[in-house]
Write a protein that binds this ligand. Structure first.
Ligand SMILES: [Zn+2]
Length: 150
């Protein structure tokens, strides 16, 4: 590997979706504390995520849970939630495989703006529903990793 990461609390590696070479190499060659899946509320996303669940289970990598991204959109005029995708049937979802839902992240233009400007959403909009969701997800992961480490 040849990289000195120093003394880190956590190293989070963001991988593209799917079960291609990158995921397989990480699952097999690196001692991971766990993996977190990200799914959108679509049947096709859950179908792919199911393959990932099977792959990580075969490789013995703990699955800490999954985050539902693009989990609806809040109408800026009336605050009503708009579902962007047809809902996933429970039986066809990864939730039916015993994967814990860590949280929902609704779509918000502020998230992509934060990516564009480099100013994190949690700094620019700390009280947005998405920031609250990110903090809650991070806290769940912290607790799970602490439990696993003992
Ligand atoms: Zn509206």
């Amino acid at each position: 590997m040849g990289v000195d990461w120093g003394n880190l609390d956590y190293l989070i590696i963001d991988l593209p979706p799917g079960t291609a070479d990158a995921q397989q190499i990480f699952a097999k060659a690196i001692p991971l504390a766990g993996t977190v899946l990200v799914v959108t509320p679509q049947d096709v996303a859950h179908l792919d995520a199911k393959k990932a669940v099977q792959m990580y289970r075969r490789a013995g990598v703990p699955i800490l849970g999954a985050v539902e991204n693009m989990s609806g959109l809040t109408c800026p005029d009336c605050g009503k939630r708009i579902d962007l995708f047809s809902r996933v049937s429970d039986a066809r979802s990864i939730w039916a495989m015993g994967i814990e839902k860590l949280g929902d992240v609704p779509l918000d233009p502020a998230i992509s703006q934060a990516g564009d400007t480099g100013r994190p959403l949690l700094v620019g909009h700390p009280d947005s529903p998405q920031s609250k969701s990110f903090r809650a997800i991070a806290e769940k992961l912290r607790l799970k990793l602490e439990e696993g480490a003992t």
